[in-house]
Structure formats: C-alpha cells, structure tokens
Design a protein around this ligand. Structure first.
Ligand SMILES: *Cc1c(COP(=O)(O)O)cnc(C)c1O
Length: 335
C-alpha cells in the first residue's frame, strides 16, 4: 500500500521491533521503567529542557501542557487553525476548564502580535485570566520562521505569559530550517513532540519543560488515565525515532516537492508549491473530477488518498521516491 492519508500510518521498522522485544521494563507509574527513564532523561537533555514526560499521544501531550500552565478560569491564546483548538475535541475547555482564545492565522501560519496583544484580558473579574500563548510549528505543513519564534518569546516576556509549542512536527520544521532542534526549542517554556508521525514510532509523544512543570504534567497524566505501566516497550521504539529517523525527514520533504510538481503537470490539479515546505501537499482538485471514484480506482492499485478540496497528501518513511512516480502514473491513468 502507498498510503498518503497521513504520516501517522507508518509501521515500526525491524530495528524498532527488536528494540521493543528486548527493552528492559518496569512499572512506569512507580518510576521503575528503565527504558522510559532513559528516554525521558535523554530527551530532556537533547531538547534543552530540565525534564520530559513520555505520554500516549500528541493530543494528550497538549492537553497535559495546557492543564499544567493554566488553572480553571485561565485562558490560552492560539491560532484559529491550531490543532489544540480545532482538532482535540475542545479538551482544554472540556476537561481543564480553560478557555481558548483563538485568533485568525495569517496565510503563512503566523498569528499577528498586534491581534494577540489586543486579545490579552485586563485583570478584572469580568474576564478569564490570559496565561499562555500556544503556537504550532509546523502548521499545516508550513514552517514558522525563527524570527517569528524569537518575537513570540519577546511578546510573552513583555506580557508576562508563558509560551508553548505544539511541536507535533517540529522536527520537520528543524529539517526545513536546517537548524538543530535546540535552535527552535530555546524559545519555549514547554514543547510537545509527536514520535508517531514523520519520526515513525508506533505510539507516543513527549512533553518537555522545567522540573516543576513536568511534575504537574505527570500528575495530570495519571488523573486523566494516561499512566502506563511497562511502557518501555513503546519508549524503546520512540528513542530510535529520535536518534535514527530525524535526518531522513529531508527525503519526505523532497518527495513532497516532487509530488507537488508532478501534480501540477496533471490536468485538474493545482498545487501552490510555495507552501510545500515540508511533508504535506495540498492540491486543489477541479470539481469536474469525481474524487470518490478516483479514490476507489486508486485503491484498486494499492494507493490510498483522502478525497477533499484541497486534497491533503502526506509523505513519510513508507513512501519512496519511486512510489511518487507510481502514484502520478496511476493517478493520470485513473482520471
Ligand atoms: C497530530 C497532531 C497532534 C495530535 O497528535 P495525536 O498523536 O494524533 O493525538 C497535535 N498537534 C498537531 C499539530 C498535530 O499535527
């Protein structure tokens, strides 16, 4: 199968499966799992934070972070397109009694600081207390520049807020910017990283922050039912994702570019290649094309796409450059 639905569909590699089979484990709720402890210590150091927590998903990692930064009646500023506003079931509000204050993102994914400043509430009982700015990098495959993140740091310092990065795909941003991950993470009070997207681990995300923050995050993880026992089996694969699968993200980006250019050569498909910066391609599809029928025909050729306009196609470790050629060939044939 050539599966373009998401970079979450990847299977663990043989090296990951072997590491999982051989991982020393213990009960992580007691702090006894050596493989989890190793991952958390290593990851904290690697990303320039005091502490780290391994948890089940990116959604959980964001929720725990928001609940650790904000109390009941507080609010966080975020983009209208932010994953932790749009696509996480309203978890911060539902489970944390935290109010989101979304602000329209610009086309490049940034949120203007003038609008953010205007949304900060005065200290008055009529209002929720503004505590946090949460930004996302990459956002819909687009990379926020280092200058924007530096400005965000200045902005939160000036307004006495904390700064969180939803870094589900932050390694894609680091590769696209050609910088070490610490060049990005240095600006943030907390950061989450999905290990189960482009990095290819089967399960797991990280929350990173200072010691007091991670202690709170760890407490909320248990409260929310996220305490895992012999989780070293997962942490073993997660560490390989971080040590062995970062540099190769450049291949996914090159494949996305190749895919975008190929689509632009086909009738009925239009990609703005300027916004294909990482591993996600959005293509407009001419309404005369029956996308359901197209998806069914492609499925018959072992290719999976999600109909939509724009249609989103994601490259990852299980899609090769040759697979892009195969896809473009089969797509043209199926039109
Ligand atoms: C996928 C994603 C998440 C959530 O991760 P899950 O592991 O699917 O819960 C959070 N933020 C962003 C930006 C994402 O792309």
């Amino acid at each position: 199968m050539i599966d373009f639905r998401s970079d979450t569909v990847t299977r663990p590699t043989q090296a990951m499966r072997e590491a999982m089979a051989n991982a020393p484990v213990g009960d992580d709720v007691y702090g006894d799992d050596p493989t989890v402890n190793d991952l958390e210590q290593w990851a904290a150091e690697r990303h320039g934070f005091e502490s780290a927590l391994f948890c089940s998903s990116g959604t959980q990692a964001n929720l725990l972070s928001l609940m650790a930064h904000c109390e009941r009646g507080d609010e966080y500023l975020c983009g209208q397109q932010a994953h932790n506003y749009m696509f996480e079931g309203g978890g911060a509000a539902v489970l944390g009694s935290i109010q989101p204050q979304p602000i329209e993102n610009e086309k490049d994914g940034t949120i203007p600081f003038t609008k953010l400043a205007a949304a900060i509430k005065p200290d008055d009982a009529h209002f929720a207390r503004t505590r946090l700015l949460s930004i996302e990098n990459t956002i819909n495959g687009k990379v926020l520049p280092l200058s924007y993140m530096a400005e965000a740091r200045e902005f939160v310092n000036q307004h006495n807020l904390k700064l969180h990065l939803d870094g589900a795909r932050v390694y894609n941003a680091a590769i696209a910017l050609d910088v070490d991950i610490k060049t990005i993470s240095q600006y943030f009070d907390s950061m989450t990283v999905c290990l189960s997207k482009g990095l290819g681990a089967p399960i797991g995300s990280l929350v990173l922050g200072d010691t007091a923050f991670i202690a709170k995050v760890r407490r909320w993880r248990k409260v929310l039912g996220g305490g895992m026992r012999q989780a070293g089996i997962l942490a073993a694969a997660a560490k390989i994702a971080l040590t062995d699968h970062v540099a190769r993200l450049a291949d996914d980006h090159a494949n996305a570019k190749k895919l975008a250019e190929g689509l632009n050569r086909l009738p009925g498909f239009t990609v703005n290649t300027g916004i294909v910066q990482t591993n996600i391609v959005f293509t407009k599809v001419d309404p005369s094309i029956d996308q359901q029928q197209l998806a069914t025909r492609l499925k018959g050729k072992n290719i999976i796409v999600t109909p939509g306009n724009p249609m989103r196609l994601v490259t990852h470790i299980d899609i090769s450059s040759a697979d892009i050629d195969t896809f473009l060939y089969e797509l043209e044939a199926a039109l």
